[in-house]
Design a protein. Structure first.
Lengths: 232, 78
């Protein structure tokens, strides 16, 4: 399995992505500078990492979405290649219009870092297939702009087509406004495109995969990807 | 020509910054409602035809300056 991790000025979770995919999962994982115009040959997964690309100027992810490498990431996605965007990576995928919606300032106006719980809404994706629908897992969040927003008609469409992959929930899997840390509409933590090959999420599964560093709630995502690639 | 693009959050989009500022103003005793915070972008655009310059600014809004999911813009050619 070959993974490319685009690195933008201001990315700061690129090494988390490299550690999770490379050291923990043992995949060939290649950092790719944003000025590059081509992903490595035979890239199977593009992991767009978190951080503060371009200092979050204008809007989070807006400038990174225009970086030279992103044209090839779009081509990869259009050809059915897998793309996972985490945190700032999710914001970048929205700004690049690979995913619908936008991530606004947290309702509280504060940067929030916490361990939260997610409920798996779709267990049939390459990113979730090793998990069960309704399964609850714990991963950290660390963001100031994670308040997922979409206009009401598009939100209804997203829900109707099963575009929500993960929702914030209580440790027992209950859904409700009190379990949503950032004000995200319908408690949405992660979404997937229509084809199911591009997933964006605010929480950080790649920060919860190594027993030497703490809980490993994020492993489900990576085991799913491993399964998807074993099958391919 | 000097162009001024004013970017505002769409109505209905939560503006926590506006809310916080509104709260602050209330703290000083000002009676205000519906405070919304936007962004003002000024630039020099080559050209002498205001309509053409405005069209170019509109293209910039569509490409980069505005996220249509949450924002709307008004363009002024000065």
């Amino acid at each position: 399995m070959r993974v490319a991790v685009p690195v933008f000025p201001g990315s700061n979770c690129d090494h988390d992505a490299l550690h999770a995919c490379g050291t923990v999962m043992g995949w060939e994982t290649i950092p790719v500078w944003h000025q590059e115009t081509r992903l490595p040959e035979n890239t199977e997964l593009v992991f767009v990492p978190g951080g503060f690309s371009y200092g979050d100027y204008l809007r989070c992810g807006a400038i990174a979405a225009l970086a030279p490498i992103m044209a090839d990431v779009k081509r990869h996605a259009d050809n059915g290649g897998l793309v996972l965007g985490v945190c700032n990576g999710f914001q970048i995928l929205c700004e690049a219009q690979l995913l619908p919606g936008a991530l606004l300032r947290n309702e509280s106006l504060r940067f929030i870092h916490a361990d939260i719980h997610l409920r798996v809404e779709r267990a049939d994706l390459p990113f979730t297939r090793a998990m069960r629908a309704g399964e609850v897992f714990q991963v950290p969040i660390a963001h100031a702009e994670g308040n997922f927003t979409l206009d009401p008609a598009d939100l209804a469409d997203l829900e109707a087509r099963g575009g929500v992959a993960f929702r914030y929930c209580s440790p027992l899997g209950e859904i409700g406004a009190s379990h949503v840390p950032n004000g995200a509409m319908n408690g949405i933590a992660g979404i997937v495109n229509l084809q199911g090959n591009v997933l964006g999420m605010m929480p950080h599964p790649e920060r919860a995969v190594d027993v030497k560093l703490g809980p490993v709630g994020g492993l489900g995502v990576f085991r799913s990807l491993a399964e998807a690639f074993a099958k391919a | 020509m000097k162009v001024r693009v004013s970017v505002q959050l769409k109505p209905g989009i939560l503006d926590p910054q506006g809310k916080a500022v509104e709260h602050g103003l209330h703290g000083f005793g000002f009676q205000v409602d519906h405070v919304r915070i936007g962004r003002l972008i000024e630039m020099d655009v080559p050209g002498t035809d205001p309509a053409e310059v405005k069209a170019r600014a509109l293209a910039m809004c569509e490409k980069l300056l505005v996220n249509p999911v949450m924002e709307k813009a008004s363009i002024e050619v000065l």
